[in-house]
Design a protein around this ligand. Structure first.
Ligand SMILES: [Fe+2]
Ligand SMILES: [Fe+2]
Length: 361
């Protein structure tokens, strides 16, 4: 029988997996501290704290000795594309979300077995896709940020269908409900993208834009910061102010996003324009190209306003979120950097504070 090596902290954590796959794999548990000496086998499952750097160097060396074609599946936190990046840097060949779904794990392992007799595969019950806009957006973001982190091509179709579902949901329930849903969700990782998306779609509704443009803005809200997947984790998560060099690297994220979506080209020209230019200002003080008003399209202007507003109303560990009215004031105070005619239309976003933007205590 094939052998699956499980590397973790506590053997009992894996009892139910070991039992569930007993007919297909024989499991062998090893503590992360006990891998020296043993060579990696064909199949390995690694479930450790990727934020604890103590054993990562040793683990990387160990994985580097695996036979060619061997499979190393890392268990990562559901919402953390940063963990996926770390796991890939260590030599992981695939990833599975915590808590582990045994059927999903088997599907990954069985696919990796060349010419496995069909009888050996357990019945795999496909999970029903989530239909609502919020679920579709979370699933879409997780999959494209994984793709972006691994340097693979971006599957734009996933985000396109999520973009359409978000437009429907915001039309049905409104921005305030969307903001509440995003804030109530346990994951903070995609909070910014989800807020910018909701704000941009609601604003597009307000402006009476076509369905096609609403979907474009929804799409761009989700992907505008995809280039951050290429910024080193130490910069993205640095708790103190960035150095000048780090700031320069951070400012590359619009160009990185453009490159990811352009090579190979997987989105339209309008989408690329929004991704690469969402930090441009009408007075020429933005980046990366220092564009001026005539060169900045309406859709870019809308995504820029939505991006700033979305960042201000975000809930972060170190700051209470701005109320809608306070965030709106920031947009007005930015004067000639933003299209103030659009900002005036945007005032609707400050109107639902009483019910939905309760300042944090
Ligand atoms: Fe950005
Ligand atoms: Fe952003």
């Amino acid at each position: 029988m094939r052998k699956l090596t499980i590397i973790g902290t506590v053997p009992d954590d894996f009892n139910s997996i070991v039992k569930d796959i007993a007919g297909v794999f024989e499991c062998d548990f090893k503590a992360i501290t006990a891998i020296i000496g043993a060579a990696p086998g064909e199949f390995t499952l690694i479930d450790i704290d990727l934020n604890d750097g103590a054993h990562l160097g040793r683990l990387k060396e160990w994985i580097a000795r695996k036979p060619s074609g061997a499979m190393v599946v890392f268990v990562t936190d559901k919402s953390s594309h940063l963990e996926v990046m770390r796991a890939r840097a260590l030599g992981g060949t695939d990833f599975i979300r915590r808590p582990i779904d045994t059927r999903e794990l088997l599907a990954k392992l069985v696919v990796a077995i060349p010419a496995a007799p069909a009888a050996e595969a357990p019945p795999l019950v496909p999970q029903a896709p989530r239909q609502d806009g919020f679920g579709a957006a979370i699933d879409g973001l997780e999959s494209v940020f994984d793709q972006a982190s691994s340097g693979g091509p971006i599957d734009a179709a996933t985000i396109q269908s999520a973009a359409s579902a978000v437009v429907d949901e915001i039309e049905r329930t409104g921005l305030a409900t969307w903001v509440d849903t995003v804030r109530a969700h346990h994951s903070q990782t995609y909070q910014h993208c989800l807020l910018v998306t909701g704000v941009a779609v609601a604003f597009a509704n307000r402006l009476g834009l076509s369905r096609a443009d609403r979907e474009r803005l929804s799409f761009a809200g989700m992907l505008h910061d995809i280039g951050k997947a290429r910024i080193p984790v130490e910069i993205l998560e640095k708790p103190s102010p960035l150095t000048a060099a780090e700031m320069l690297e951070m400012r590359n994220h619009p160009q990185y996003g453009f490159d990811m979506l352009n090579e190979p080209r997987v989105v339209s020209a309008e989408m690329l324009d929004m991704v690469v230019h969402h930090h441009e200002y009408l007075d020429g003080s933005g980046y990366p190209h220092g564009l001026r008003a005539p060169e900045i399209s309406d859709l870019v202007r809308i995504i820029t306003i939505s991006d700033i507003f979305g960042a201000l109303i975000e809930r972060r560990a170190y700051k209470p979120p701005f109320t809608g009215a306070a965030a709106y004031k920031v947009l007005r105070d930015m004067g000639g950097k933003l299209d103030q005619a659009l900002v005036r239309e945007f005032e609707f976003a400050s109107k639902f504070d009483q019910h939905h933007f309760k300042p944090a205590t």
